[in-house]
Design a binder for this molecule. Structure first.
Ligand code: ADP
Ligand code: MG
Length: 345
């Protein structure tokens, strides 16, 4: 029997690259989403067709990842077999409004959706958290992206219109209501990137070097003063400083949003962007300019969102001024485009 499941894309409001360094994150589900239909097969074949991707990919459950667009789908089916949810391959069709390679977790949405579909087909009682953990394994072990758990937890669990304060060490989370006065607007910079291109992995390796230098797995829990004082390589220091300060900004942001202090949240977004640009070196000049102009045109705050090196920014904007703000920003940045907005009610 065919099973159809939909998952949302997500925007990370703050807390970048903290999810594999023992820290907190604050993602929120979007209204852009991905829907997949999965039909289990008895044989070992996997066929994948997706709107926007040419042709039907014909693969098998024995295939290794080959840098193909169908890798996340194939990895999901192999993981579903390992979990006992499927016995053989599957026919898969996908349609999505989440722009791929843009920091909005299209890959996690696809993998989580297929694992949830396999769960339903098997009548299994695996929890959404277990699905998220399995989906991360697909990215880490099959596709080869050494990402943390944020994307999978957000798309598996978070609901549109609210944010998820997630401790990535314990996987405990709580819902954070967003102020009704402001919109969280997602603007695409016009630059896409592939997380498999190596720069994400390079940052992960630099964080591993920092972990070894400080003798901890939890860079985010380091005291920023201890990071300054340490006798270490300057690149390693900058990466560790980003993790330690970004983690604190997540906690401060949760407090600010819960008390309706969008001004303070905006200031934290701006500080987060500076840290991603200068300490983690994951931004691009075109994205820095977009963030700067977003604030100049009246956003309370703005920052790059997602893994970096391209993709989207998120801005916190007074709802009453939003349309004027958006028009002015997009007029100044013709390659940028509106993707989605969270407008809490
Ligand atoms: P993102 O930030 O969007 O998660 P990634 O590079 O991690 O970027 O993942 C993008 C990859 O996910 C695509 O190259 C493709 O393999 C897969 N993908 C995303 N959307 C779809 C879709 N609609 N249909 C099929 N595969 C998709
Ligand atoms: Mg991804």
């Amino acid at each position: 029997m065919a099973v159809t499941v939909t998952s949302p894309g997500r925007v990370n409001l703050i807390g970048e690259h903290t999810d594999y360094n023992g820290g907190w994150v604050l993602p929120a589900a979007l209204s852009v989403s991905l829907t997949a239909t999965l039909m289990p097969r008895e044989d070992r074949r996997i066929s994948v067709s997706a709107r926007g991707y040419s042709g039907t990919a014909e693969r098998t459950i024995d295939d290794a990842a080959g840098g193909d667009w169908s890798d996340p789908a194939v990895g999901s089916i192999i993981e579903a077999i390992n979990l006992g949810l499927l016995k053989g391959g599957a026919d898969i069709s996908v349609q999505s409004s989440i722009p791929a390679g843009s920091g909005l977790s299209s890959s996690a949405a696809l993998v989580v959706t297929l694992l949830k579909a396999a769960r339903e087909a098997a009548g299994s009682s695996l929890s959404d958290t277990e699905i998220a953990v399995a989906a991360r394994r697909v990215e880490n072990d099959y596709i080869g992206v050494p990402c943390g758990i944020m994307d999978q937890m957000a798309v598996a669990i978070s609901k549109p219109g609210e944010a998820m304060a997630l401790d990535t060490s314990s996987l405990e989370y709580r819902v954070v209501a967003l102020p009704k006065t402001h919109d969280m607007v997602v603007i695409h910079s016009g630059k896409t990137r592939k997380l498999t291109d190596g720069r994400y992995a390079e940052r992960k390796e630099e964080c591993d070097a920092a972990k070894a230098a400080f003798g901890t797995n939890h860079l985010c829990l380091l005291d920023p003063e201890a990071v300054e004082a340490a006798d270490i390589d300057e690149t390693v220091r900058r990466r560790a400083r980003h993790c330690a300060t970004e983690h604190r900004r997540v906690h401060a942001s949760i407090e600010a949003l819960e008390s309706g202090d969008t001004c303070q949240f905006g200031a934290l977004m701006v500080a987060s962007h500076a840290s991603m640009r200068d300490d983690f070196e994951m931004s691009l000049p075109a994205i820095d300019a977009l963030v700067e102009d977003a604030v100049e045109q009246g956003a309370t705050g703005a920052r790059l969102t997602g893994g970096g090196f391209g993709g989207c920014i998120v801005a916190c904007v007074d709802r009453a001024k939003r349309s004027e703000w958006q028009e002015a920003l997009l007029a100044k940045h013709p390659k940028a485009r509106f993707v989605d907005a969270i407008t809490p009610e």
